[in-house]
Design a protein around this ligand. Structure first.
Ligand SMILES: NC(=O)c1ccc[n+]([C@@H]2O[C@H](COP(=O)([O-])OP(=O)(O)OC[C@H]3O[C@@H](n4cnc5c(N)ncnc54)[C@H](OP(=O)(O)O)[C@@H]3O)[C@@H](O)[C@H]2O)c1
Length: 204
């Protein structure tokens, strides 16, 4: 698939590495497309770099892997988001380690409101970025949750989750982001004692 990723750091870079290895075509959308670090990463993994509007324009899937607070600026990069598949990886965590939107709303729903007509799916948010390179623990693929309201978009995201090497777990509609975002906070909080090499697993 043609995938545009806004952000080339821990999450954007990790996803790009995994997906280029699976044959996907990646373009990083960067504020500074000539910045040496993103240029070197793109060259190493066979990705491209463009301005954010240029990267997003032709993409089949758009991945938000930048700070949550940058979402309004990214929203302005396209004249219309109608029908676009958007994966929201951001964590809306504010000062004092609190959820910006509390538990009766979520960052993903706020992003959906910013992108009218888009099919926003939250995913890749509830574990550390290290898991993108090591999604399998003792032979068991970690669970990676995804939630959203559009069935076709969710099917695309499910495949992309599996392409990273995770077990894809459907967590329901986009309102489930209200519960997924606190799971991220649980992961961060646990990482202070467990370190960062762990992930959650759904057993059935
Ligand atoms: N790290 C984790 O383990 C983890 C896990 C799950 C979810 N997340 C979430 O994933 C997102 C990215 O985290 P990260 O750890 O990958 O961060 P990071 O390593 O700091 O990378 C952030 C990326 O976002 C770009 N960026 C910053 N501000 C921007 C803006 N206003 N517009 C466009 N791009 C901008 C940066 O590019 P510049 O060079 O332009 O600054 C950089 O490429 C965050 O929302 C984070 O909460 C992180």
């Amino acid at each position: 698939m043609r995938i545009a990723i806004v952000g080339s750091g821990n999450i954007g870079g990790g996803l790009a590495r995994a997906w280029t290895a699976k044959g996907h075509t990646i373009t990083f959308g960067a504020r500074q497309p000539d910045e040496p670090e993103v240029v070197a990463l793109a060259r190493e993994i066979g990705a491209a770099v463009a301005t954010i509007p240029d990267a997003l324009t032709g993409a089949e899937v758009i991945v938000l892997a930048m700070p949550f607070t940058a979402a309004p600026a990214v929203a302005a990069a396209l004249p219309s988001w109608q029908g676009r598949v958007v994966i929201d990886c951001t964590n809306p965590i504010g000062p004092g380690f609190t959820l910006i939107h509390g538990h009766t709303d979520s960052g993903s729903e706020a992003i959906q409101r910013l992108l009218p007509g888009a099919h926003v799916v939250k995913s890749f948010s509830a574990q550390g970025a290290e898991n993108l390179a090591h999604p399998v623990h003792d032979g068991v693929p970690a669970s990676n949750f995804y939630c959203g309201d559009d069935a076709a978009a969710k099917a695309v995201v499910k495949q992309l989750v599996e392409d990273v090497g995770f077990e894809a777990v459907d967590a329901g509609p986009l309102t489930s982001a209200r519960y997924l975002e606190p799971i991220t906070m649980l992961w961060i909080s646990m990482s202070r004692t467990l370190g960062r090499n762990f992930a959650f697993k759904v057993l059935r």
